[in-house]
Design a protein around this ligand. Structure first.
Ligand SMILES: Nc1nc2c(c(=O)[nH]1)N[C@H]1C(S)=C(S)[C@@H](COP(=O)(O)O)O[C@H]1N2
Ligand SMILES: [Mo]
Length: 214
């Protein structure tokens, strides 16, 4: 017990001095669960769809099988929660928006400035499209090589993290990834989402410690 504690303290000191731990954060080995409202339960994914709508040349709807046939990526990210825990080296697999854009599967209109993640039960969160095209955001279906746990967003979540060793402007707190994701809507004007309207920072940049705006 005490050894574990000392080990964690040591790792945390190292993480801080290496600049990998953002201001005000502590390291955890666990994977805490955080959200508002119930966890959706699926008997099967037969009627699950993923809709891409708004400012694009043609709207798209994918069923679960089609979604899994899209180009895929694996990513390892450090994740940082606004409630002050950080977890290093988390392994994810899923679909990256940039691949969909590069391969012409999603054709954005030039005025598509922001993207709203639309989740079960009406949860939304908003990001500039430029941020979602970076290497620290994924539409994730697998964590640690396995389907997501229900409470972590099964079957699909937006995942926002940071690439270890970089301090990118695109690095945002974890709430910028919506669990139980069912669609993306591209819009011209920004639309603050659920936590943003509840008082969390709209921009949520971790290295600037943008946690709350009131
Ligand atoms: N649909 C939905 N997604 C959500 C939330 C939520 O309330 N509903 N909370 C966000 C918050 S505040 C955080 S910190 C992360 C937590 O993800 P985790 O439970 O997998 O750790 O999910 C985010 N995604
Ligand atoms: Mo959070």
């Amino acid at each position: 017990m005490f050894d574990d504690f000392m080990k964690r303290r040591k790792q945390e000191q190292e993480a801080k001095s290496s600049g990998r731990l953002p201001p005000g954060q502590s390291l955890t080995q666990k994977f805490p669960v955080l959200h508002y409202g119930p966890v959706p339960m699926y008997d099967n994914l037969d009627s699950w769809t993923f809709k891409i709508s708004g400012l694009l040349e043609e709207p798209k709807t994918f069923n679960w099988k089609e979604f899994n046939e899209l180009p895929r990526r694996k990513m390892t990210l450090d994740i940082h929660c606004v409630t002050k825990w950080s977890k290093f080296d988390t392994d994810w697999e899923g679909v990256h928006l940039k691949d969909l854009v590069d391969q012409g599967i999603v054709k954005l209109k030039p005025e598509a400035n922001f993207c709203i993640q639309q989740c079960e039960f009406g949860y939304t969160t908003n990001l500039p499209v430029s941020v979602m095209l970076e290497d620290n955001f994924l539409l994730a279906t697998l964590y640690d090589g396995k389907p997501l746990e229900p409470e972590h967003g099964y079957p699909l979540r937006g995942l926002m993290g940071a690439v270890a060793g970089t301090h990118a402007d695109a690095d945002r707190y974890l709430w910028k990834g919506g669990k139980w994701l069912r669609g993306l809507e591209f819009v011209k004007m920004d639309q603050p989402g659920f936590w943003e309207q509840a008082g969390y920072s709209n921009t949520a940049r971790i290295w600037q410690e943008e946690r709350y705006w009131r």
